[in-house]
Design a protein around this ligand. Structure first.
Ligand SMILES: [Mg+2]
Length: 186
């Protein structure tokens, strides 16, 4: 069967990168601990925080994506799915450039570089054509409808619950990859 996968916060985990870059940019104390959501809450709670948050995102999704990590269990899932003979495709809502990154880094190229360094095009068996970048949620849903995967896995409930999400595709909300693996690959 064909399995569709979201990219950001489904395959790529950004918590460590947000923490490191926020401290580096002087936006949080160097001993600050917490997830991406904790950092966002801390920044937005102060004046000008929204702009700082967007500047930070521009760095983490672009030039500093090297600090992002594979979501725990995601590579094991892919290896197991391949061993069972399933096909895999990635559909991401990712604009080409961020609004608050003065370096103008191509966010899609940055993500492709990350995937390459993680072995997606070697040991994990993806071809470049298996990775689809779309400009917004509507285009992402249209791509999922066109590909018609048996299953689509995403960390965002709003996408899976959207009326335009294809009825014939089984929607799986990512909580924990080991649990998803047990539900899907049996
Ligand atoms: Mg996501």
């Amino acid at each position: 069967m064909l399995i569709g996968l979201d990219l950001d916060n489904t395959l790529i985990g950004y918590d460590q990168a947000f923490l490191a870059v926020a401290a580096e940019m002087g936006l949080v104390a160097t001993d600050f601990t917490g997830t991406k959501a904790d950092i966002r809450a801390a920044l937005r709670a102060r004046p000008g925080g929204e702009t700082d948050w967007q500047r930070l995102q521009g760095q983490v999704y672009g030039p500093r994506i090297d600090l992002a990590e594979a979501m725990p269990g995601s590579c094991d899932f892919i290896v197991r799915a391949r061993a069972l003979g399933h096909d895999l495709v990635i559909v991401s809502h990712k604009t080409r450039t961020g609004h608050f990154d003065p370096t103008g880094t191509d966010l899609r190229q940055a993500a492709l570089g990350w995937l390459e360094r993680q072995g997606y095009f070697s040991r994990l068996g993806f071809a470049r054509d298996d990775i689809h970048f779309e400009d917004d949620r509507a285009a992402k849903l249209a791509r999922i409808r066109a590909l018609a995967p048996a299953i689509f896995i995403d960390d965002l409930a709003e996408l899976l619950d959207d009326p335009d999400f294809p009825a014939a595709t089984r929607a799986i909300l990512l909580d924990d990859w080991a649990k998803v693996s047990a539900r899907v690959l049996t």
